[in-house]
Structures are given as C-alpha cells and as structure tokens.
Ligand binder design. Structure first.
Ligand SMILES: C[S@@+](CC[C@H](N)C(=O)[O-])C[C@H]1O[C@@H](n2cnc3c(N)ncnc32)[C@H](O)[C@@H]1O
Ligand code: SF4
Ligand code: SF4
Length: 337
C-alpha cells in the first residue's frame, strides 16, 4: 500500500508538475529491473454479450487495432521470453478472457513461469469450462473481478444483454468449490456492480449475495451518463457508498488531468492479444511495435513511444498519429483550444 502511494506521489511530481517524462521512465526501468514490471496483456478481445454502452459490443474495438482474437499459448511464451521480469500480469482489457479456448494452457504457462496474474479489470463469467475455472484456482490467479450488475435475473440482463445471472452464480460456486478443494485463498473474488437507474434498488441485495459467497462487493459509477440514469441519487449514493453527486464529465476530466489511465504508458504498458504494444488500455488506433518479436524495453525506448510519453507529460505538441488525439481521457491542458 505504501509503495503504490509513494509511486503515485513521485509520478505526480515528475510527470504532472515538472513534465519530466524521461526521469519517470528511468525510474520505471529501474523498478522493472529491481522488482519486475507490471504489464497488461489481453488474452481475448472477443465477447459474447452486448452491453449497450460497451465499445466491444458496438464493434468499435473489433474494427480498430484491438481487433477480435485470442492470445495463443506459444505467443505467450514468446512474450514472456522478451518482456523481462514481470511482477504482475493483468490479462483482461476489452473482451472476455473465458472465451479464449486455450485459457487453461495460458494459465499453466504463467504458473510455470512464476508470473502472478490478475483479472482485476473484469469478466462477465457467463461462459466458462470447468477446466478453465479450475485453472484459475490451481494456477493461483490473484484477483478476479466479476461484473454482476444486478441481484435479479431481469435487472442483470437489462445491461448484460445475452447474459444469465444463474449461470454466472453457478460459475462463482464452481470457483469457490475449487478454492475449497485446493485450500486456496486465490483468486480473491470481487463482485463489481455498475449502478444504473434500473438496478439501484438491488444494491443491498447484491451486497448480501456477494458476502454469502465470500466476495468483496464494489459498486462503481456508470461512466455512460445518458444510459439508465440514477433515479434517486442521494439514497443510492448512500447505499452504493460512492459519490454520485459529481457529474460524469467532471469525473472524466479529473481522471484525464491526473493521467488516470495514461500512466500505464510508463508503468503498466498494455499489450494486445496479437503482441501489438498499445501503451495504455484505451488505445485502439495504433501500435508501437510487436512485443512477441522485440523486447518490451526496446519498444518502450522507441522514438514514437518516447514522443507519446513526452507529449502526455506536456513537453511536446499533440500529434494526430498518437492514440490520444481522439481520446476523452487526454489531459485538458493538452487539448486544442
Ligand atoms: C469492456 S469490459 C471487459 C471485461 C469484461 N467483459 C467485463 O465486462 O467485466 C471492462 C470493464 O468495463 C466495465 N464497464 C462496462 N460498461 C461500463 C459502464 N457503462 N460504466 C462503467 N464501467 C463499465 C465492465 O464492467 C468491466 O469492468
Ligand atoms: S461483457 Fe464486458 S466486454 Fe462484453 S459487452 Fe459487456 S462490458 Fe463489453
Ligand atoms: S490520452 Fe492517450 S494515453 Fe491517455 S488514456 Fe487516452 S489514449 Fe491512453
């Protein structure tokens, strides 16, 4: 807890106040050598659901550079051979990891390689084989966030179109069965509940259902303000234990100004299922080389990647060939007047 906080302060001073991108890059390289690097590698960008506000469901990621695919086990091995020491590997981004038909093999390879894995970004958990659910436990995945926005089938399926709450809960039970079998505390399970107008009355019930299953409960804001707005903000904010008074625009602006996701470009680079180095998890427009073919550290030292970092630190003008040119999370100070 202390280390991330200290790093957050250093990041703020170096990147946001002083604009010293290269100093922060050196610090991250040193951290990578001494402790290992945090990396994000999406194992599957496909999804079977049609959540109304999601770029994957709308086909945006499929038609962009993220595309539609699954990481192959041999590519994972090539990646691990070139990425240097990895401290933590997050494997979820735009899709659904359980749709990767070789997930069991992938997790086995990270286990053998001693690479700790998280699925903190989320899964819908509607479709999973028993073998994949067992592998998640046997291979010691540290954390698994399960997106369950409802306590009843009807409200769950309002947003998670094509989803089935009973199936998700059966899969949660299956994971818990394997946790008991292997006497493992991993993965730590989190029930993540996006609060909408159509499910705001089910927060207490969902929290109780999560607790009954040994899961942490986390309510989060809906970031698509126009879809299913909250009807009773004050009462719902109390139940959800989150701030609903601040407008979505203000929340997104503050995220942007604090490099809320942009910092991944330095300290938690995103790699696509096909090896493309994307930098951050939002980039859907260009790659900075291929991390299955070239060492990750070399790609991050590349000319365009360095320009991206310098630009985000406010030391170079915004360029149209950078993914940030069209991103809502670009810091306000860098947006064209
Ligand atoms: C694109 S999804 C991919 C992972 C997985 N398929 C899932 O849904 O959990 C990544 C994250 O975005 C969240 N998400 C989707 N729509 C959202 C919204 N309108 N507001 C906030 N978070 C949202 C999901 O719940 C998930 O945690
Ligand atoms: S389950 Fe996740 S990836 Fe799939 S459509 Fe819903 S939010 Fe998007
Ligand atoms: S502004 Fe650029 S680096 Fe930041 S989240 Fe958007 S695309 Fe990523």
């Amino acid at each position: 807890m202390l280390l991330p906080r200290l790093k957050g302060t250093i990041r703020r001073i170096l990147l946001q106040w002083l604009g010293w991108s290269s100093a922060y890059a050196v610090l991250c390289s040193l951290e990578a050598v001494l402790l290992g690097r945090k990396v994000r590698l999406e194992v599957c960008s496909k999804c079977q659901l049609k959540c109304p506000t999601c770029a994957t469901a709308h086909g945006e990621t499929r038609s962009g550079i993220v595309a539609w695919g699954e990481l192959a086990p041999d590519d994972l091995s090539r990646f691990l051979g070139k990425a240097g020491r990895i401290r933590l590997l997050e494997i979820s981004n735009w899709g659904e990891i359980f749709l990767n038909r070789r997930l069991t093999d992938l997790l086995e390879r990270t286990r053998v390689g001693g690479v700790p894995v998280t699925v903190a970004n989320g899964v819908n958990l509607n479709t999973a084989t028993e073998s994949a659910l067992e592998a998640v436990v046997r291979c010691g995945v540290r954390a698994l966030t399960i997106s369950i926005d409802g306590a009843s089938s009807a409200s769950y399926a309002t947003f998670r179109i094509n989803g089935d709450l009973a199936r998700v809960l059966a899969n949660v039970e299956c994971i818990n069965h394997f946790k008991r079998k292997y006497a493992s505390e991993f993965p730590a399970l989190t029930w993540q509940f996006i609060v909408f107008g159509h499910n705001e009355d089910e927060i207490d019930a969902a929290r109780a259902m999560a607790e009954a299953r040994g899961m942490k409960f986390r309510a989060i804001r809906n970031l698509a303000a126009d879809y299913s707005p909250i009807r009773q903000p004050r009462r719902t904010a109390e139940r959800a234990r989150i701030d609903l008074a601040t407008s979505t625009d203000v929340v997104l602006d503050s995220l942007a100004d604090n490099l809320g996701f942009c910092h991944q470009v330095w300290d938690e680079p995103q790699v696509n299922w096909n090896g493309d180095l994307l930098g951050c998890c939002f980039n859907n427009s260009r790659a900075f080389g291929n991390a299955f073919e070239t060492p990750l550290a070399d790609l991050m030292a590349g000319r365009d990647y360095r320009y991206l970092q310098k630009m985000l630190a406010g030391r170079a003008p915004l360029r149209d060939d950078m993914p940030c040119a069209t991103c809502r999370l670009l810091p306000r100070s860098l947006r064209a007047a």
